[in-house]
Design a protein around this ligand. Structure first.
Ligand SMILES: C[S@@+](CC[C@H](N)C(=O)[O-])C[C@H]1O[C@@H](n2cnc3c(N)ncnc32)[C@H](O)[C@@H]1O
Length: 226
């Protein structure tokens, strides 16, 4: 594992070069392991993720890309890298030596994804970890589905959230996706109801990877209850 990623995971801290901050909002080792398995299997030349923050998921993705050892383009969408995350994600990627892979677009995903579709982008792998309302995650998925090739895999993070979990239910009715994998480990099927609240069991784990197994040929009036 890259030493920058290892240090962040060990210390649970990040830095902007002057201040040391507590790590939060990032994927954990179990989710990172799932991402590595996806990358190893699909061997993407073009991948994309929504939601950069301190760059932890991006480090997992680039770490796996580096092990494949061939040119790859990883597109990252997040409008708030400097306004909210002090440029720390980008700093981490540069210190890890992974800037050769990463193309950061500081745009909202709802703006950048249709632009990428218009540029005829074809995706092998995508990770959705941006704004987690049902409608927003669905918009992210809608465009990613249009760009994802058959055999490609999309990872939805935070699928214990009802908003994302219902999106998983919905996508699995399309008929062209199947479950590729989930993280391994304990305590993946639970959600804390409030900051100090009790734990509730959930239908889906903390992240889920869905493989596109056929083209999406649903009719214009297709609908399945979910
Ligand atoms: C949970 S954090 C991502 C964590 C990151 N994937 C990791 O594992 O380190 C969610 C991110 O989504 C970003 N975000 C919020 N709204 C967004 C939007 N409309 N488009 C793209 N990113 C957005 C936030 O700035 C934040 O960085």
């Amino acid at each position: 594992m890259n030493s920058v990623l290892k240090e962040i995971l060990d210390t649970k801290k990040v830095s902007d070069g002057t201040e040391i901050l507590r790590l939060h909002s990032s994927m954990d080792e179990h989710e990172g392991d799932l991402i590595s398995k996806v990358i190893q299997r699909v061997r993407p030349t073009t991948s994309l993720e929504v939601g950069f923050a301190y760059g932890v998921s991006t480090l997992f993705i680039c770490d796996a890309l580096a092990r494949i050892d061939r040119p790859a383009r990883h597109i990252v969408l997040d409008p708030f890298q400097f306004s909210e995350w002090k440029g720390i994600g980008l700093r981490n990627i540069k210190s890890a030596g992974y800037d050769k892979f990463v193309e950061l677009r500081e745009e909202r995903s709802e703006i950048a994804l249709p632009q990428l579709l218009n540029e005829n982008t074809i995706l092998d792998v995508a990770v959705i970890d941006g704004w987690h309302t049902f409608d927003h995650a669905l918009v992210d998925f809608f465009y990613i589905n249009k760009m994802l090739r058959i055999g490609g895999v999309v990872v939805l993070d935070d699928s214990t959230m009802p908003s994302v979990g219902r999106l998983v239910d919905h996508v699995l009715t399309y008929g062209c996706y199947r479950i590729f994998g989930i993280p391994s480990g304990h305590g993946l099927f639970v959600r804390r109801l409030a900051y100090y609240g009790r734990l509730k069991k959930t239908k889906w784990p903390s992240a889920i990877a869905l493989e596109k197994i056929a083209s999406d040929n649903r009719r214009f009036d297709w609908y399945r209850p979910f």
